[in-house]
Design a protein around this ligand. Structure first.
Ligand code: PRP
Ligand code: URA
Length: 209
């Protein structure tokens, strides 16, 4: 059974509130997405295993903890997940990066895949899957399906804002993955946008409409 972690740090709450403000422009929005992703990544990787390694300091030789275990891959869900990637890589710079391109149909709300390029040996990696928004959950479920199809079994999905509907759907479809959420919002509106949300994350990151 995977865990669900909802962030409760005031820095994350504050930065999310600035992002949500409709007056926040593309440049600030992009910086905030990256900063929050970095703060969330710090929390999401709290359970990485370490092992003791002999290290000679200028004073003495000591057995000190170093990261061990699976190699990492970061696989942003395009487009909006790209905005979180550099924040994550700031903490784990040697992670490999894959991309999965999904787009929600404006009418049916169903996602469809238009691109998938993943690093080698996905079955041996811990995968961080960032996407700012978990709305109906359709995109996240499809992305996890695709990554599991490559043999990957350890997945941490990370989003800035989730709707309860999307969280329930993702947990039901993939109960084994860990889910990290910046804030759990009230729900979805009739257009399947998160309320209060922040609007269209991809458009706000890239300045499109
Ligand atoms: C947004 C968002 C998620 C998806 C969430 O992407 O970044 O991927 O919608 O909605 P869901 O949970 O209902 O599937 P969008 O499809 O707008 O593509 P974009 O990132 O290219 O803007
Ligand atoms: N995608 C977004 O970018 N925002 C939402 O609120 C829902 C889906």
């Amino acid at each position: 059974m995977g865990k669900v972690v909802i962030m409760d740090h005031p820095l994350i709450k504050h930065k999310l509130s600035i992002m949500r403000d409709e007056r926040t422009g593309t440049r600030d929005f992009r910086v905030l997405v990256e900063e929050i992703a970095m703060l969330m990544c710090y929390e999401a990787l709290r359970d990485l295993p370490t092992e003791l390694v002999k290290i000679k300091t200028p004073i003495t030789e000591a057995e000190l903890p170093m990261l061990t275990g699976k190699k990492l891959a970061v696989v942003p869900i395009l487009r909006a997940g790209l905005g979180m990637t550099d924040g994550i890589l700031a903490l784990v710079p040697s992670a490999k990066v894959g991309h999965i391109g999904l787009c929600r149909d404006e009418v049916t709300r169903e996602p469809h895949e238009y691109f998938c390029k993943l690093p080698e040996n996905m079955d041996e990696r811990l995968v961080i899957l960032p996407d700012p928004m978990l709305a109906t959950g359709g995109s996240a479920i499809m992305a996890v399906d695709a990554i599991k199809a490559h043999g990957c079994r350890q997945i941490k999905f990370m989003c800035l804002i989730a709707a309860p509907e999307g969280l329930e759907a993702l947990k039901k479809a993939h109960p084994d993955i860990d889910i990290y959420i910046g804030n759990l919002d009230d729900g979805l509106n009739e257009d399947a946008y998160i309320v209060p949300g922040l609007g269209d994350a991809g458009d706000r990151i890239f300045g499109t409409k």
